[in-house]
Each structure stands twice: as C-alpha cells, then as structure tokens.
Design a protein around this ligand. Structure first.
Ligand code: CDP
Ligand code: MG
Length: 716
C-alpha cells in the first residue's frame, strides 16, 4: 500500500462580496423574551424528588447549552432584518454558508414572528436524513415533543399531526401534497432549502409554488441556498431580494496529492490514519476549542458499501495503533442508515476521543456536524445519470464539481482553522466542472411528468421550469410512460396512469404493483417492493462471513433475488419477528421493522385504491412475469464470455456480487437497478423467459423482441 504523497499547495480562501445583515440590538431583546418560558418551567419543578431534580437539571443544562449555541449562530444577528424582508416581499432568497443556522433557526424566527398562527411552515430538504435529524433538533431546541408542533414527513414515515406548525419534509413529499391540494392551502410560508442542490423535486417545486403564489399572494416563499449563485433564483422569482448572511469561516489549508490515486478508498484510509497519528496535529490544535481530541475528521465517500468498507478497515487498524495515540471513534452516516445511529454523528465523543465521520454527500451542505477540523475529500460522488437514448437511469460514481470541492473544504473551517486533504491532484481540480449539472438535466423525468399531469399540467414542454429538461429526455420519458400504459397516444393520462400516480413509488414500481392484480400476486409484489425499499436485510460481522453465506442459502430461491427476499419475509412472519431467530440468521432487525412498516403502508394504499390483497402461493412464476410489466427496459442476456448485454442498448453489464444469482448466471435476467461503480452492475436480479417479453410488453417488444433476443442469443 503506497501512502498518498500529500503536499501543501496553497490556502484556498475565497474572498466573497457579502452584505452582512446587522441587527444585533433587537435580536438580543427577543432572545430574552424567548428564554423566560424555559426559566419558568424550571422554577416550577423546585420541589420535586431528587431524581426528578437531577433530570430537570440535566434538561436545564441542555437547554442552556442550546440557548448559548443559538445566540452564537451567525444567523442570529440577522433575525430582524430577515423577518422584515420576508414580511415585505412575497419571495426572498437567503444565501449563507453551511452551518450559519438557516435550516434550524429561520423557521423558528418565523414562528416567533406569528407566521404559524394561520398556517403551517414547510421546510423542504432534498434528503430524508436531513429532514428527520433537523426536525428532531428543532423540536429539542423549542423543547416540544417531536411530531407535535415540530414534525417531519418523508416517504413512508410521517411524523406530523394536526398541531404541526413547522414541517420539515423532503421536496418529493411536498410535490405529492400538491397532487392532492394544488393550492397547498395549509401553508403560510414555504421554504425551499438547499436550493443550490437543484434536485429534480426542488426544481419542480420552484415552478409549482411560483404558480400557486400568483394565484394565492398570501403565500410567502423563502429560497435558501449555500452557494453564491443566487441571481438565477432571484430573476426567476420576479427580482426577489437576495439576502446574504455573513458566515464564520476560518482558513482551511488545502493539500493535494502529487499523483492521481488508483484506489481512493485506500488513499482515504491511509490519510485518516496519517492525520490521526501526525504529532504536529496535536501541537496545532488548541485543546480548549476542540475538546482536546485534536479535532474530528470528516471523510467524503460515495455510498453505503464504501462507507461500510472503510469503517471495517479502520476498526481493524485501531487496535493496532500505538498506545500513545488518541482514541478514534468511527461514525458512519448515509441516508439508508437507521435513525438512532444517524443521530450519533451529532453527539460529542468522550473527552479526548477523536471522531472520524465517514459520510456521503449528505455532509456537504445538508447536515452541519460540529467539531470538524480535517476533511478528506475523495473527489467523487454517486450521481443519477440518465441515458435518454434508451430511457434508463443509472447511479454512477463521477467526479465532483469545483463548487462541491469548495463546500467540502469549507466543512473543515467552521469552528476553527482546518485542513482539507484532496485525494486528487491540483491539476485534476483545475479540470473539474465549475458546478454540478442540475438533476433535471440528467435524470429520467417520467415520474415528474406523471405527477404534473395529475396536477393538471398537461403541456410539460411549456411548463415554467427554472431550467428546462432536455427535449430528448422529455420525449423518452413520455415514450416510457406510453409503454407503461400510463399515457395514451395523445399523451393524456390514462386511468392506469392516474392510479399509478397515487402510489409513492417510481412509475416502474407502481405499474408492477397495479398489474399484480392481473397476476394474482399483489401480496408477493408488495412484500418484494417493501424488501427492496431498505438497503440491506442481512448484516455480516467480519469474522463470520462464511457463516453468513451459509445461512443466506437457506432462503435461496432459484427464481432469483426477489423471490429469495420473499422467502426471508415469509420466514420472518412465521416466527413473528423473533429476535433470536433474526440474530441466528444474521437478519438486520431494524431493517425488517422498516420493511414491515412500508409493507403496511403499501397495503393501505392498495386498500384505498380498491386493490385486493391476492396471493399466488406457490405459483411464483407469476411474480417474475408481473415484474416485466414494469421493468421491461431492464432486461439483459448472457453472452458466451459470461458477461451480460442489455436488450435495450446492447451495453455490457454484470450481475452484482451481492445478488443470489451471481454464480448462477441465468440466460435472461431482469434487474431493478443498474449501479455503475467499478463496472456497471445489475442489482436485484430475477431470471426470465424471453418469450414473456413480447407477450407482456407488446408495445416495446412487439416488433423487435424475439429478433433482438435471437441476435444476442449466446452460444452454449
Ligand atoms: O442550515 P445551515 O447550514 O445554515 O445551518 P443549520 O443546519 O441550521 O445548523 C445550525 C447548527 O445546528 C449547527 O451548529 C449544527 O451543528 C447544529 N445542529 C445540531 O447540533 N444537531 C442537528 N441535528 C442539526 C443541527
Ligand atoms: Mg441547512
């Protein structure tokens, strides 16, 4: 293993023109008022038992700590100016660096200013983890129970009630709400947070809420962004004022690699250990400001598997570190991780222990984690890319943009001067794109089209997008919806299309689910979709890998991953979720609890859509046939060299090693997802028969299918 040679190149501190908002006097007065409630609460409890006093004391300490943190946030001094602008203008754009306090504080300011008296404040987030963890934090700050006044709403998890006034939600959930209530009447203010991320759903919301505001002027809109490119938002919202909040940013020294790294995971491992063991780091840090642990490390990776791998590698190394080294605590964070664990990254490590946070892009701007002094930037991100020629989305690891690299660097300098280790060369940095391409320009928009048509917006091409999706993408997405029978020849929503849009699922899944009635396997399909909704059902302790593989075989179905997952669920049901059984079979109980929850919700959706919960029992071929009705584009055929070629575009793909069919290699496969990491990998695979294609999807395979299949027919 060759350690990356890291070389100091320069200090990258960009001087930005900002107009800081200064209203400190008024803000302090307000703060005193807010605090009086807490003091009263604490005084009331003076005579309780000592145990209660202790709990109260802890609570009061926590509240005091929170109060202190709040007033120290840069957004605090801008409070009155922000409120005045929001009152005066229908739409404002707020720009500030990550960690200024936008997401947690501005909704609270609005609440204190009376905006929740006649309506709810929605705060949208591109990521569910951010929506959940920030709602939790804000509930704690206001000292209310989560789900009451402060709640969150993400797909398959709604923690809101009639009383909810501050509603943190994913942008996708607000689009869904607009399908039911096109005027979004309950909201007094809609905050589109993380606007710079330009997710597909946030882009759709820009246009939707702009249209709503034109018809309902009482709706106020706040756009919040972490990058300075705000003119576009302002222009789009009729010259809305742009408010800059001066953040605190300490200098960050940037190190580049002298040569490109072949294996960024390995380079990250070496760099983390190098930072941790470097004696100079101890000298540089001031023990008062960072708890004497030398400052925490934040590593950016692209996804869960990489994060798991690095966590494992680090945990193997830690016991072998010199006894003089400080303690090292590895904290992973990614979207699919159980909630309790997600909150851990925010907790302080024991005194003197250094945290290594291994994160996806979620830690770039969505979540601010305190205590970071070192950032390790691998320079890559997993991104959804769309191939409009064939209409397939893939998850692909690609280089980040310059803007992203700068954001990542910034995470090291929020509380004290920091260091950022870029695991790529300075030359590579210079060649990165200025900013990332917005999702609307690189994703399949079939779902968006379906949603817009449900809302009554039929002409997608002339919809008032901030930036239009490319024409080939629109055409291909329309074609896909037509092949799925969601649209008719005129492009009008069919009855099936309407029903599909009711489900909180991508069109391929909602079509499969609705079709399962015809195949008599509704229950099986719901179970499989629920099982596919979580990242991993099995966990594999590193010392028991062989044992895990052996156990997994118990559930194996030659009919592929879907049916194998179905077997796991059935067994889990039989033993009533018995913990010992889960433990013995290396089943992740938390994942299964989530699966059951999704299952129950999908059953409810089906009941509402008058879909009967039929079961095909042992006729499981029906399940595989049914999946073709939704996933006909994701089909591939085995080649003599044991690789697969996709039927849609003759592209080479491989079965992912986690698939139960990895060694089986059936002739024809259908897969749910294509991930491109080191190679294009098909995940969640079932074997199919080629004759099913023209039979079940005549629109797509009617003329060419068997011919295509025959042309690609492998030699045995
Ligand atoms: O939105 P912006 O990036 O401007 O900042 P924020 O997310 O509102 O974060 C403000 C502060 O709240 C930071 O110091 C965070 O570390 C803290 N926070 C926290 O301690 N726990 C959370 N779950 C969320 C935020
Ligand atoms: Mg934020």
């Amino acid at each position: 293993m060759v350690p990356p040679t890291l070389n100091v190149k320069k200090i990258d501190k960009n001087s930005k023109k900002r107009q800081a908002l200064q209203q400190r006097q008024r803000v302090n007065n307000n703060n005193n008022n807010n605090n009086s409630n807490n003091n009263n609460n604490n005084n009331n409890n003076n005579n309780s038992s000592s145990l209660k006093n202790e709990t109260d004391l802890k609570k009061q300490q926590k509240q005091n700590e929170i109060k202190q943190q709040k007033v120290n946030l840069p957004v605090f001094s801008a409070r009155d100016a922000l409120l005045e602008n929001i009152r005066k203008h229908p739409t404002v754009v707020i720009i500030s660096e990550t960690g200024t306090g936008k997401t947690t504080q501005i909704p609270q300011f609005l609440r204190e200013d009376g905006w929740t008296k006649n309506g709810v404040i929605a705060i949208t987030q591109p990521r569910r983890v951010a929506a959940i963890s920030i709602a939790k934090r804000v509930a704690e700050e206001i000292d209310v129970e989560l789900g009451k006044e402060v709640g969150y709403c993400v797909r398959f998890d709604d923690k809101t009630s009639e009383q909810t006034k501050l509603k943190y939600m994913t942008d996708g959930m607000l689009v869904r709400e607009a399908m039911i209530d096109p005027m979004l009447k309950r909201y007094s203010v809609i905050i589109l947070d993380e606007a710079h991320e330009r997710t597909l759903n946030t882009d759709v919301l820009f246009a939707l809420i702009k249209g709503i505001q034109a018809k309902r002027p009482s709706l106020h809109i706040v756009i919040m962004s972490a990058t300075l490119d705000a003119e576009m938002f302002s222009r789009y919202f009729n010259a809305a004022p742009i408010l800059y909040i001066e953040g605190r940013q300490f200098p960050v020294r940037i190190y580049y690699c002298e040569e490109s790294q072949k294996d960024y995971l390995d380079a990250a491992l070496v760099t983390v250990l190098q930072i941790h063991l470097d004696v100079n780091n101890g000298n540089e840090s001031n023990s008062n400001e960072d708890d004497g642990n030398g400052g925490d490390i934040l590593v950016f990776l692209t996804g869960r598997e990489e994060i798991d791998t690095l966590e494992k590698l680090l945990n193997e190394r830690i016991p072998r570190l010199p006894s003089t080294a400080k303690q090292l605590l590895v904290c992973p964070i990614y979207s699919a991780m159980p909630q309790e664990q997600q909150m851990k990254v925010f907790e302080r490590a024991p005194k003197g222990t250094r945290k290594v946070i291994i994160a996806t892009n979620i830690a770039e701007t969505s979540l601010t984690i305190n205590g970071i002094r070192y950032v390790v930037d691998t320079g890559v991100v997993k991104s959804r890319l769309y191939n409009a020629k064939i209409g397939i989305d893939t998850l692909t690891v690609i280089p980040i943009s310059k803007a992203s690299a700068q954001q990542r660097t910034g995470r090291a300098g929020r509380e004290f001067p920091g260091q950022c280790y870029r695991l790529y060369t300075e030359d590579t940095f210079a060649k990165l794109d200025h900013s990332s391409i917005p999702e609307i320009k690189r994703s399949n928009i079939a779902n968006v089209i379906l949603q817009l048509k449900t809302i009554g917006i039929d002409d997608v091409l002339s919809f008032d997008f901030l930036e239009r999706p490319p024409l080939p993408t629109v055409q291909k997405s329309l074609e896909q919806l037509y092949c799925l029978d969601a649209l008719d020849k005129q492009g009008k929503l069919t009855d099936l299309g309407k029903r599909m849009s009711q489900f909180p699922l991508e069109p391929m899944y909602s079509k499969t689910l609705i079709q399962s009635q015809e195949f008599g396997c509704v229950e099986e399909v719901i179970i499989i979709i629920s099982m596919l909704s979580v990242e991993s059902i099995f966990y594999a302790p590193k010392d028991k890998l062989a044992e895990v593989e052996a156990i997994k075989k118990i559930f194996f179905s030659p009919e592929g991953d879907h049916l194998t997952l179905l077997n796991v669920f059935r067994e889990y049901q039989k033993v009533n979720g018995n913990l010992q059984w889960c433990y013995d079979h290396f089943i992740n109980t938390k994942s299964m609890v989530k699966v059951v929850n999704v299952f129950e919700q999908l059953v409810e959706y089906c009941t509402n859509s008058k879909i009967k919960l039929t079961s095909c029992q042992s006729e499981t071929e029906q399940v595989r046939r049914c999946f073709i009705t939704g996933f006909f584009l994701n089909v591939a055929v085995l080649q003599p060299d044991k690789k697969y070629k996709t039927m849609a575009d003759n592209r080479e793909i491989h079965i992912h090693p986690t698939s139960f069919l990895f060694d089986v290699k059936p002739q024809y496969i259908l897969y749910n997802e294509l991930t491109i990491t080191s190679k294009p990998f098909a995940r969640n695979v079932i074997p199919i028969e080629p004759t099913w294609l023209p039979e079940l999807c005549p629109k797509y395979y009617g003329s060419k299918p068997v011919a295509t299949a025959a042309a690609a027919e492998p030699q045995k």
